[in-house]
Every structure is written in structure tokens, then in C-alpha cells.
Design a protein around this ligand. Structure first.
Ligand SMILES: Nc1ncnc2c1ncn2[C@@H]1O[C@H](COP(=O)(O)OP(=O)(O)OP(=O)(O)O)[C@@H](O)[C@H]1O
Length: 474
């Protein structure tokens, strides 16, 4: 992440020395005029470190300093005072200032003190990242696979991890594109830097530029504070641009420029900001088709796809279903404190034979649901959604065209249970058909089905249908 330094110091000599020293560093410097300083404007600049001359601090000093100390960035404050007074020094420290310096000391000593503060700020961000996320990032070795195709894919991925080249990750919804991009980051030389994920489909078009590149205070109505964008936050690390196919054309043009120059100007800002970021973009859309339709820029496609990797859908790596299933069982066992040990053979067989339109995400949800429903130490077919209840059929009748195939399990079920199971299966088949047609649009599907959208949601939940899986097929 770039460190923001806000400076309201009156001595020109000090300002020039700061600008020269910091030009080559991961620090963004913003100057404020001490003579006309608005303390509120200074506080809203989103800085990590403030350096101010003591006469510029409005009285009472304690409340002005505590305003800065209570900011969400938990900034550090350096105050330069122009009298060598021990009492003033002590008062400023008592007011909550982190470092107090006499402005008459040699500029070099002042810069050294500032360097120490900046370094402790870098450590602060590093520690924060490590505790909150670093330990939980997946690694490429966690992807070990029994599928030959997947092994080839992982070998290809390993070869590109250490380069800084932009990567385009392709694949259906839920195959693990974001999961893989975290592993690429964690295995790369950027692993001590931040991993910032941003989903293009989740951001309204008018806010996208600000989300990506940040804004200065006053840039638009409601921009009362400056705000860092995702590229600035990702400095020194990796930015993951999810659902890049949803990015509006106008933003694609801006992104292309940033990818070429690694430099951008925040909304309402004047000075360009340079960042050192690796970009990984992902989509489940066919971008070549989008280019044909005129909704995706060809030059951006080539720029993003310097390395293009396509993750296999789960149905094409069925060998991995048992190990993934066990992995999610262990995860949920710990999460819910359940003593579940295994799956019954028919349950595992059903999981392996299913076509998994929602891929690993759907598998994860199915296992979580089963763990919650299971009352013994073994998950059986009964805890899986009804789409899995298609066990081997028995033939009834004497052969020929009148033969009827029925699930073997029915022999030990009551009539109401069979009726429910059949209803569920028919409903699942019907809803799958309509959801495919509407590409997962709930309102439209509910209208065709003649039921309330809330009722449709409840049914989809019960039947294990995920609307995202239908969106991907479009
Ligand atoms: N190999 C894996 N091992 C364990 N969990 C995984 C694996 N791959 C994916 N997951 C989990 O599956 C879920 C879906 O993965 P992810 O979000 O990475 O998919 P995606 O391809 O980016 O989906 P979308 O295109 O919908 O954004 C996540 O919760 C992720 O942690």
C-alpha cells in the first residue's frame, strides 16, 4: 500500500527536502499551506502520517490532535515546534502527538526521524495484513490434484507465478479463480504485500473509477473525505479484478492506460500516482464473443491476457471430488463442532456422478448443508439435496416399452416420502429448465413459474439450486 503523508509545514527548506527524499519511495506526499490551513480538510485527506508546524494546530491543541488520532487510518502525527521548550514538547506528547521535533534541527536529522516513523507505519500495515489474511491464503500446493489435466494446468501456473506478468484467469463460475489468484499471490515474491480483490459486477458504474483509483475530497457530491482506490491499496502486492467482463467500455479504456503506465490520477486529483502492482483479472464470460459484440476492448483483452489460464470445471476433474469433499467435511466439522467421520458409499457415488454446474462453490454449499442436517456420524443420501436422489433404478414389468425404472430405495420408503421425493425431483428439473432460460434471473423465473420470488428463493435453497450457476451459462 502507498503511504500517504500530509504536510503542513511552513519552512520551504523542509518541504523541499521532504519532496526530494520521498520522490523515490512508496510515499504519496500532499502539501497544505499552514497559513490558510483548514484542520478539517487536513483530517479528511486520508493520510497515514501528518507532519505539521505547531502554530498551525488550532487551539485547544488536545482536541485538534485527538481528531486526527480518532481517524479510521489511525494515523501517526509529527509536530515541528519552533522553540526548544521542554514544557511545550511534553504538552504535545501528552496531547497524543507521536513525535515532537524542534524545527531548528538539521534537515537531515529531521528526515531520519521521519524515515523511522514511515518504517513503523510499513510494519503496522505488514503486521495487520499478516494477522488478518496472510496466514489464511491458500498456496499452490493446496491444489494438488488427481486429474492429469489439472496437473498440467498447475505446472503451467507454477511457471508463471514468479513473473510479474498480468494474468487472465478464465473458467466457469465457482471453479476457484479467486482462490487460485490468492495462491498465485501467496507463492509469488509479492506475498508480503497486500492482496486486494475487487468485483466489477458488484460496483455501480458511476463509482467504479473511484473504487479503482480513489478520489480526492470534494471530487463529487458526497466525497467529504479523500479515499484510497484499490490500485493504491494494492501497492507492492496483487490486485484481483474479478468479473472483468462486466467492466463498462469507458472504464476499460482507463484501465488499459493504467496497465500500460501503472500510473493513474484519482478522481478530482491533479497529480498522477505511480504504483507497483501485479494484475490478475478473471471472468466466466467468453471475452472473444464480447469483443465480437463490441462490449469488450480487443486491446485490453490482449493486454490482460499476457498469460491466460483456464481452470477446469469440476465435472472435468471428477477424480478430485472425493478429496475436495473430504476437505470441506473437515472444514465444516471444525466450524460447527460436529463429529462427522465420512460419507456413505451411495452419497459419495452421487456426489461423484453429479454434473456440478456451480462447481466447487456448489460442492462447498452442498457439504455445509449436509453437515448441518446430519444427525449421525455419517452423511448419507438423505442429507443431500433431492437432485442427488437418483440412485440405480429397478425395472418393473415384463420388459418391452411398458418397462418402468424406479429407484431401488423406494422399496423401503413410505408413500408420502416417495411423493415428496418425486415432487422435489420434478420441481428441480422444471426450475433448472426455467432458470437456464432466464439465465438465473429470479424475478423472471418466478413470473414464469407463477410463484412469488420469495417462494422461489426458498425452493431453490431447498433443492440446492444456485442462481449464479445459471448466470454463467449465458
Ligand atoms: N481448490 C480449492 N480448494 C478449496 N476451496 C476452494 C478451491 N477452489 C475454490 N474453492 C472455494 O470455492 C469457492 C468459490 O471459489 P472462487 O470464488 O475462487 O470461484 P470463482 O471461479 O472466482 O467464482 P466466480 O466466477 O463466481 O467469481 C470459494 O469459497 C473458494 O474458497
Amino acid at each position: 500500500m502507498l503511504i500517504r503523508l500530509a504536510c503542513a509545514v511552513k519552512e520551504t527548506k523542509i518541504r523541499t527536502a521532504l519532496a526530494n527524499r520521498l520522490a523515490e519511495q512508496d510515499v504519496q506526499l500532499q502539501f497544505f499551506k499552514p497559513s490558510t490551513l483548514s484542520w478539517q480538510a487536513l483530517a479528511r485527506s486520508c493520510a497515514d502520517v501528518f507532519i505539521v508546524s505547531s502554530p498551525a494546530i488550532p487551539k485547544p491543541v488536545e482536541s485538534s490532535i485527538s481528531l486526527l488520532n480518532e481517524l479510521p487510518e489511525a494515523p501517526m502525527t509529527i509536530v515541528l515546534h519552533n522553540r526548544e521548550s521542554l514544557e511545550e514538547h511534553a504538552n504535545l506528547l501528552a496531547a497524543g502527538v507521536d513525535v515532537v521535533l524542534y524545527s531548528g534541527i538539521p534537515v537531515e536529522s529531521l528526515l531520519e526521524a521521519l524515515e523511522t516513523t514511515l518504517e513503523s507505519r510499513r510494519q503496522f500495515y505488514y503486521a495487520e495484513r499478516f494477522d488478518r489474511r496472510g496466514r489464511f491464503l491458500p498456496r499452490l500446493n493446496d491444489f494438488a490434484s488427481n486429474s492429469r489435466d489439472m496437473q498440467v494446468f498447475l505446472d503451467e501456473t507454477r511457471q508463471v507465478v514468479s513473473s510479474d506478468a498480468t494474468i487472465l484467469l478464465l473458467g466457469e463460475t465457482g471453479v476457484g479463480k479467486e482462490h487460485l489468484s490468492k495462491a498465485i499471490h501467496a507463492d509469488s515474491h509479492r506475498s508480503t504485500g497486500p492482496f486486494i480483490a475487487i468485483n466489477m459486477a458488484a460496483i455501480p458504474e458511476q463509482l467504479m473509477e473511484s473504487e479503482l483509483f480513489g478520489h480526492e475530497q470534494g471530487a463529487f457530491t458526497g466525497a467529504v473525505r479523500s479515499r484510497r482506490g484499490a490500485f493504491e491499496l494494492a501497492h507492492g502486492g496483487t490486485i484481483f479484478l474479478d468479473e472483468i467482463g462486466e467492466m463498462p467500455l469507458q472504464m476499460q479504456t482507463k484501465l488499459l492506460r493504467v496497465l500500460q503506465e501503472l500510473e493513474f490520477t484519482p478522481v478530482g486529483g491533479e497529480n498522477p500516482v505511480w504504483v507497483d502492482v501485479r494484475v490478475i483479472a478473471a471472468t466466466n464470460k467468453n471475452l472473444e464473443e464480447e469483443i465480437e459484440k463490441g462490449t469488450f476492448r480487443k486491446d485490453l483483452y490482449y493486454r490482460l491476457g499476457v498469460i491466460s489460464l483456464t481452470l477446469l470445471p469440476l465435472r472435468r476433474r471428477k477424480e478430485d471430488i472425493p478429496s475436495l469433499t473430504t476437505h470441506f467435511l473437515t472444514m465444516n466439522r471444525q466450524k460447527f463442532g460436529r463429529n462427522l467421520k465420512r460419507f456413505s458409499p451411495p452419497a459419495m457415488e452421487a456426489l461423484c456422478n453429479y454434473h456440478w454446474p456451480g462447481n466447487i462453490r456448489e460442492l462447498m454449499n452442498v457439504i455445509e448443508r449436509a453437515v448441518l442436517l446430519c444427525k449421525s456420524d455419517m452423511i448419507t443420501l438423505a442429507e443431500l439435496p433431492s437432485v442427488f436422489h437418483k440412485p440405480k433404478a429397478v425395472q418393473i414389468g415384463g420388459g418391452g416399452s411398458s418397462e418402468l425404472s424406479l429407484p431401488r430405495e423406494w422399496a423401503s420408503m413410505t408413500l408420502p416420502q416417495v411423493r415428496d421425493a418425486v415432487c422435489d425431483q420434478v420441481e428441480a428439473l422444471y426450475l433448472t429448465m426455467v432458470l437456464n432460460k432466464t439465465r438465473g434471473k429470479i424475478g423472471e423465473t418466478a413470473k414464469i413459474a407463477g410463484i412469488h420470488p420469495r417462494g422461489l428463493y426458498a425452493k431453490m435453497k431447498k433443492l440446492g439450486l444456485d442462481k449464479a450457476a445459471f448466470k454463467a451459462k449465458g
